[in-house]
Design a protein around this ligand. Structure first.
Ligand SMILES: [Zn+2]
Length: 91
């Protein structure tokens, strides 16, 4: 009767594996928020590189450098950035 014990053991193991896998799949689906990324424009910089102001809240001007969009609090900061973008651009 050894084979029957082995079979029940195998069945319970596979059932446990199944029970563990199901929540993982559900969790992955939850982790793909498409709406939030599409709604907001993302700047390459989280801070104005000239005056170190946060760019998320109040952006007056933007500049595109090497395919990345940088946000600035004013046209002055943008001009400063454009004078020397290598210095301020994020790597
Ligand atoms: Zn600024």
């Amino acid at each position: 009767m050894k084979s029957k014990i082995l079979l029940t053991a195998f069945l319970s193991v596979s059932l446990l594996a199944c029970a563990q896998e199901t929540p993982k799949v559900k969790h992955r689906k939850k982790n793909t928020p498409i709406k939030t990324t599409a709604q907001k424009v993302k700047f390459a910089n989280s801070l104005d590189p000239i005056c170190n102001m946060p760019t998320e809240s109040d952006m007056k001007d933007t500049a595109v450098y090497k395919g990345k969009t940088y946000g600035f609090c004013s046209a002055y900061c943008k001009d400063e950035f454009k004078k020397n973008p290598e210095k301020y651009a994020q790597k």
